[in-house]
Write a protein that binds this ligand. Sequence first.
Ligand SMILES: O=P(O)(O)OC[C@H]1O[C@H](OP(=O)(O)OP(=O)(O)O)[C@H](O)[C@@H]1O
Length: 133
Amino acid sequence: MHGALIFAGQLALKIATDLEFDYVHATRYRGGATGGQLHWLRAPQLPLVGRCVLLVDDILDEGHTLKAVREDCLRRGAKQVLIVTLCRKLHDRLAPGIESDFNGLDLPDRYVFGYGMDYREQGRNLPAIYALK
Ligand SMILES: O=P(O)(O)OC[C@H]1O[C@H](OP(=O)(O)OP(=O)(O)O)[C@H](O)[C@@H]1O
């Protein structure tokens, strides 16, 4: 979820209502190209009971990360969890029961980096999205 940093900051500037920031860090790629088990590095710190949560991430790929984070928010008592992603990959490996409520771009099934997303922890600061050959 490091990857959400740039998008989340830019999105926040467009939201006119009051909001509070929090972040979680759950990673299953850990700088690699293929996903594995989800590692929780930071849980949410704000109380979520009865609250509407806008869960912002850079990419919905196989969906395991956002599914687990959404379930965690609901377990903590969130009233509603909406998912917003900068991009999502089009393929048939999406975990059941997860989708973006709001999404910017649909991408082909390629390894992508830039605009927050990494290739071996590099390239997050590139100002556009690129795909490996
Ligand atoms: O839909 P999925 O297949 O679960 O993959 C999407 C997730 O993978 C990336 O995180 P990553 O595990 O690379 O952590 P990082 O952003 O901290 O590097 C990305 O930021 C999403 O959170």
